[in-house]
Ligand binder design. Structure first.
Ligand code: LLP
Length: 381
C-alpha cells in the first residue's frame, strides 16, 4: 500500500484511506485464478459498500452478495446487473423480499422453511417465480473467532443437514420458487484451508445423494471467508487466491453444467484500506505511555468487538527512536484501544498513524457513538 503522506497530512482525520491501485491488483489476481473455470465471485457488500470501491469491483466483472434490502438497493444504484446479485440473511423482511423480487435478482439464499414459504407467497402475488438456493449449515468448525463462525449446529444460519430433505421437497413442490442450488458459508477470516476441504467432501457427498433422488442443481455456492494477513499487510497485500481456489478445483466434483459461486468480502477489500488517525496527546501514565488518537471504536470497532489486532504504523515519526505505546481512542470505554505496547517510532502530538487492513468491516461498521461524526474518506486513484 502506498501512503501519499503530503496528501494525507491535508486531510481531516480520522480518515479512511483507500489505495485503488492495490484494489485493482487484488481483483486482477482473483480474476486470473477463476478464468476458464465455471466459477463466479460475488463480492460480499457487507465488508465495504463505499461506492468508489463498488464501482471498481463492478468494472472487474464481479457479482455481489447482499444481506439486506438496503445493500441490494445500494448495488442496484451502483449499476450492478440484477442477474449478478445474490441475497442471503436469516431475517429478510417482506419489504426487503418484495423490493428484491421487483428487481429480479439472480438468487435468494434461503435460510429457513418459513422464509421459503414467504418468498413463494410474495412471488405468487407478483406473478413471479423466485430463484432460490438453500443455505445449508454443514456443522463444520471454521476455527475462527466465535462471533464470525457461522457453520456450526448452534449458529442461527442455514438449514441443518438432517432437515435438508424436507426443505428441498417443499421447494420442489412450491410453484413460485425455483430451486437452483445449495449455499454454504462456514465462517470468516479463515487462514487454515482444511475446513474448506471438509466442505468439499460434504458437498460431494450431498450432490451424489441428491442426484440419486433425481435432484440436479445448477448452482453450488460455497460462500466466502478467506482470511488475510493482519500482521504483515505489506508482505501479503494480495491474498493467496491461488491456494484458496485450488482447494475447490481439486476437491469438488462439479457436475456437467454446474456453476460454482463464491462470496468473498474481506479478502478483496481489507488490505487496500487504512484508517488514518492523528495523535491528539501523548500521555505518560504511571506504568504506560498512551498515544491518544482521534479515531475511536466508533470508526473501527473490530479490536473492541473481536479482540482483533490491526498493524499500526507511525507515518510521520522518526524511525531512529522507538518507544512502546498503548494506542487508544478518545471514547469513554476501556475497550477503545487499538493496540497495547505497540513498538512505534517516537510519537509526538500531530503525528499521523495508519491502522492497517481496515478496508473490510471498518468504514461500514462505524457508529455514531458519543455523537461522533463518521470518518472522512480519501481515495487514491
Ligand atoms: N457470505 C455470507 C453468507 C456471509 O455471512 C459473509 C460474512 C460472507 C459471505 C463474506 O465473508 P468474508 O469473505 O468477508 O469473510 N464483521 C466481521 C466479519 C463478519 C462476516 C459476516 N459474514 C469482522 O470484522 O471480522
Amino acid at each position: 500500500m502506498i501512503f501519499p503522506i503530503e496528501d494525507l497530512k491535508k486531510q481531516d482525520t480520522p480518515c479512511y484511506y483507500y489505495d485503488l491501485q492495490l484494489l485493482r491488483r487484488t481483483l486482477t489476481s482473483l480474476n486470473a485464478e477463476i478464468a476458464g473455470w465455471p466459477y463466479y465471485v460475488h463480492y460480499a457488500v457487507k465488508a465495504n459498500a463505499n461506492p468508489v470501491l463498488l464501482n471498481e469491483i463492478r468494472q472487474a466483472g464481479l457479482g455481489v452478495d447482499c444481506v439486506s434490502g438496503w445493500e441490494v438497493q445500494r448495488v442496484v444504484e451502483n449499476g450492478f446487473s440484477p442477474e449478478k446479485i445474490v441475497f442471503a440473511g436469516v431475517g429478510k423482511t417482506d419489504k426487503e423480499i418484495n423490493y428484491t423480487l421487483d428487481n429480479d435478482i439472480f438468487c435468494f439464499n434461503v435460510e429457513s422453511l418459513p422464509e421459503l414459504e414467504v418468498i413463494d407467497q410474495l412471488a405468487a402475488q407478483k406473478g413471479k417465480v423466485a430463484k432460490v438456493a438453500i443455505r445449508i449449515n454443514p456443522n463444520i468448525d471454521a476455527h475462527t473467532h466465535k462471533y464470525i463462525t457461522t457453520g456450526l449446529n448452534e449458529n442461527k444460519f442455514g438449514i441443518t443437514l438432517d432437515m435438508l430433505d424436507g426443505v428441498i421437497n417443499r421447494a420442489l413442490e412450491l410453484k413460485n420458487v425455483s430451486l437452483e442450488g445449495i449455499h454454504f458459508h462456514i465462517g470468516s477470516q479463515l487462514t487454515d484451508m482444511s475446513p474448506y476441504k471438509m466442505l468439499c467432501d460434504t458437498i460431494n457427498e450431498l450432490l451424489t445423494n441428491l442426484e440419486s433422488k433425481g435432484v440436479m442443481l445448477k448452482i453450488v455456492n460455497v460462500g466466502g471467508g478467506l482470511g488475510i494477513d493482519y500482521d504483515n499487510p505489506d508482505e501479503h497485500e494480495v491474498p493467496d487466491f491461488a491456494g484458496f481456489f485450488s482447494i475447490f478445483k481439486t476437491g469438488l466434483q462439479l457436475r456437467q453444467g454446474q456453476q460454482l459461486h463464491f462470496e468473498l468480502g474481506r479478502s478483496i477489500v481489507a488490505q487496500c484500506g487504512a484508517l488514518i488517525t492523528r495523535v491528539t496527546f501523548v500521555k505518560e501514565a504511571k506504568v504506560k505511555k498512551f498515544a491518544i488518537v482521534d479515531a475511536g471504536m466508533s470508526d473501527l470497532i473490530r479490536p473492541a468487538l473481536y479482540q482483533a489486532h490491526h498493524k499500526i504504523q507511525n507515518l510521520t515519526g522518526d524511525d531512529n527512536v522507538t518507544c512502546h505505546y498503548d494506542v487508544v481512542g478518545p471514547i469513554c470505554e476501556s475497550s477503545d484501544c487499538f493496540g497495547e505496547d505497540e513498538l512505534l517510532p517516537k510519537v509526538t502530538r500531530g503525528d499521523l498513524l495508519a491502522i492497517r487492513s481496515a478496508g473490510a468491516y471498518g468504514e461500514i461498521m462505524a457508529s455514531r457513538y458519543n455523537c461522533r461524526p463518521f470518518a472522512n474518506v480519501f481515495v487514491k486513484q
